[in-house]
Ligand binder design. Structure first.
Ligand code: 13P
Length: 252
């Protein structure tokens, strides 16, 4: 019922020239894979080059962040209207934004409401830190992040939201969570929080991804879980064969 979804978050990697090279080679491989929604999220500077190369490929393009205001005096920021010119998707509330740029659930929520206004499909990130994980606060933290970041949008738009569960301790560490543990968070924490906001039917329609050290070796373990619908991939999304293999293993 929920279409699998795999997105590559390139983070602050690849210049425009490097993006052209990687996207043109990667899209050849990804285009052959069907039965999964595929999205690439290069840095802002590379979105224009990537959008030209991805046209007609069936591969979506996403930004890694945006401001919530349509325009104005916000030096250095990128508006949702600008993102919408090139992208169909936007990552919101990534843990690196939360940790290094002080993004709170309230800010993530403003951006989400703006994504609704500008008809962008949001990939909203939630996840506990290592300290919270060790203190057994995962459920409390992820439930609160989900309920507060995703509030006040229409039920129709809510069904389009993609939630990425990314435990901070698993990001870029090579220490992925495991299928059962990640599935338990998706099933027992994220979906009930979504049901509280939008009702059970919509909660069951929303895709929940896992992110954090996903590779071609562990992807299938996550994708075989009933409540995990795909992945948000960091490091491995910069490697053509790795990302293609991960995408392939999510396809139905
Ligand atoms: P890694 O796959 O490099 O651990 O990054 C995950 C992530 O943060 C994706 O948004």
């Amino acid at each position: 019922m929920r279409k699998p979804f795999v997105a590559g978050n390139w983070k602050m990697n690849k210049t425009i020239a490097e993006t052209r090279d990687l996207v043109s080679r990667m899209s050849l491989k990804l285009s052959e894979i069907s039965g999964v929604e595929k999205v690439l999220c290069p840095p802002f500077m590379s979105l224009l080059a990537a959008s030209a190369l991805l046209e007609g490929s069936g591969i979506g393009l996403g930004a890694q962040n945006m401001h919530w205001e349509e325009k104005g005096a916000f030096t250095g920021e990128v508006s949702p209207a600008m993102v919408k010119e090139l992208c169909g998707y936007v990552i919101l509330g990534h843990s690196e934004r939360r940790a290094y740029f002080n993004e709170t659930d309230e800010i993530v929520n403003r951006k989400l409401i703006s994504a609704q206004t500008f008809d962008l499909t949001p990939i909203v990130c939630v996840g506990e830190t290592l300290e919270q994980y060790e203190s057994k606060l995962t459920r409390e933290v992820v439930s609160r992040q989900t309920s507060q970041s995703l509030r006040d949008v229409s039920p129709a738009f809510a069904a389009r939201i993609v939630v990425a569960y990314e435990p901070v301790w698993a990001i870029g560490t090579g220490k992925a969570s495991n299928g059962l543990e990640a599935n338990a968070v998706a099933k027992d924490v994220i979906r009930p929080a979504l049901a509280g906001l939008f009702g059970e039917e919509t909660a069951q329609a929303i895709r929940v991804l896992y992110g954090g050290s996903v590779t071609s070796s562990n992807a299938a373990e996550f994708f075989s879980q009933p409540d995990i619908d795909g992945a948000l991939v960091g490091g491995a999304s910069l490697k053509i064969d790795e990302f293609a293999a991960i995408t392939e293993s999510a396809a139905v």
